[in-house]
Design a protein around this ligand. Structure first.
Ligand code: ARG
Length: 456
């Protein structure tokens, strides 16, 4: 495009190697919005007449429509989305198109486009997170009284209500949304006007461009503005953490859907069969989501590594940022959508889970707490109950089924009445009344709280 100092065209290999339009064409809408704001500022500054501005704006809007309708063919020889659009504009409106790039560089242009794109992607991802939270809330609400064992070390630990387990993820996704929101606030800065690195001798009204493009601030250092991508790293990091949460949920789903647990039935629509084993019904969505977390971490590490050691200001390395960012948003958004759909169609086997949660050993701590309430130091109480657990196991009895003499021998506080009252699943849950604990009352309150928040 700019032959200038060059007497030879770039090698075909360089053209292939250097093109980015196959990736960055996705910025076309943002690029055109940015170009219109820039052209308007040029006309206010007297570089373009009002008529020239109108011709440029109309030309750009027509190109945008053609691209959106799939009538536009990007040319990799023109390297990137910016040059494709500018070349097309010049082809359509003539030499006037060559005035658009006054006081602008692709360096501030691409920094702008990426910020605009990410601003929308973050909003959309936060909407998807809402959808996911609603799906989980619906699932929890359909099984509001279900109990299951809570696990530590993947060993049955203490009984919990299903909504308590599910709402743990709703809390995580809320923090993920908050992290993305923080990122959006920091990227809300207009880089346009920074030029290649040192602004321009043609001063444009940057505040007006910021208003037109919906930014609250303009960047205060042109070298920083064209060359940092910390905002992209922040988003990739927030998305990696989100992916980690999705992966943990995936693991719970995979375990629950196994015959060993048998807590969860996924719909036929959200499972796959085996090409060999006719009986199989596999939780592929959860497995794929767990697996895709790897690329989210990879994209974050790619961006961090990409930036490390780059001297100020723009370096072509930065062109590599977009693939990672686009991929992270795409990966997370598709995972959230399909996961939400899967959870809306999933059913919890309340009977199976209640049977698992009814193992009296899960209330061994509650038994120790009774001794504490009778004045026994907790460490001693722990030991007394531990011995009873071992005794029951040796005799193949449930902890609640030991003969009264054995209990009384362990501690005079362990009367048959105490034993009977401790080993009630209902009473055990009802006793967990502190904020954040899974008493039915607390869980119902939190469910209602989320319902209200998420229906807004
Ligand atoms: N395609 C380039 C990128 O994504 C646009 C900026 C090019 N700037 C330059 N000085 N070569 O980073």
């Amino acid at each position: 495009m700019w032959k200038g100092r060059f007497q030879e065209a770039a090698s075909g290999l360089l053209q292939d190697y250097g093109e980015s339009v196959s990736v960055d064409w996705r910025l076309f809408d943002h690029d055109i919005r940015g170009s219109i704001a820039h052209a308007r500022a040029l006309s206010v500054a007297g570089i373009l007449t009002p008529e020239e501005f109108c011709a440029i704006e109309t030309g750009l809007l027509e190109i945008r429509e053609d691209i959106a309708e799939g009538r536009f063919e990007f040319d990799p020889e023109l390297e990137d989305v910016h040059m494709n659009i500018e070349a097309e504009l010049t082809r359509r409106i003539g030499p006037l198109g060559a005035r658009l790039h006054t006081a602008r560089s692709r360096n501030d242009q691409v920094a702008l486009d990426l910020r605009l794109w990410m601003r929308e992607a973050i909003e959309e991802t936060r909407e998807d997170l809402r959808g996911m939270q609603r799906a989980l809330l619906g699932f929890a609400g359909r099984h509001a009284d279900a109990v299951l064992p809570g696990y530590t070390h993947l060993q049955r630990a203490q009984p919990v209500l299903l909504p308590h387990h599910v709402l743990a993820y709703v809390e995580m996704f809320e923090r993920d949304s908050g992290r993305l929101g923080d990122c959006a606030r920091r990227l809300d800065v207009l880089p346009l006007g920074s030029g290649a690195l040192a602004g321009s001798t043609i001063a444009l009204d940057r505040e007006a461009m910021a208003r037109e493009l919906g930014f609250s601030r303009v960047s205060q250092n042109s070298m920083d503005a064209v060359s940092d991508r910390d905002f992209a790293i922040e988003a990739a990091s927030a998305l990696a953490v989100l992916g980690m949460h999705l992966s943990r949920l995936s693991e719970d789903v995979i375990l629950w859907a196994s015959a060993e647990f048998g807590f969860l039935r996924l719909s036929d629509r959200h499972t796959t069969g085996s090409s060999l084993m006719p009986q199989k019904k596999n939780p592929d969505i959860a497995e794929l989501t767990r697996g895709k977390t790897g690329r989210l971490y990879g994209n974050l590490v790619a961006l961090l590594t990409l930036m490390k050691g780059l001297p100020l200001t723009y370096n072509r390395d930065l062109q590599e940022d977009k693939e990672a960012i686009f991929d992270s948003f795409h990966t997370v958004r598709s995972a959230l959508k399909i996961f939400a759909e899967m959870m809306m169609a999933a059913e919890f086997d309340e009977e199976r889970a209640r049977a698992a949660a009814s193992d009296p050993n899960l209330l061994a701590t509650d038994l120790a707490d009774r001794l504490v309430m009778g004045g026994v130091p907790f460490r001693h109480a722990h030991e007394i109950v531990g011995k009873l657990v071992a005794l029951a196991a040796a005799r193949r009895l449930p902890l609640s089924g030991l003969p009264p003499e054995d209990c009384l021998a362990a501690s005079p506080l362990l009367t048959p009445e105490t034993i009977q009252s401790v080993f009630s699943l209902k009473a055990a849950l009802e006793a967990r009344t502190a904020a954040g604990a899974p008493s039915p009352q607390r869980v119902a309150e939190r469910l209602a709280w989320w319902n209200e928040l998420l229906s807004a």
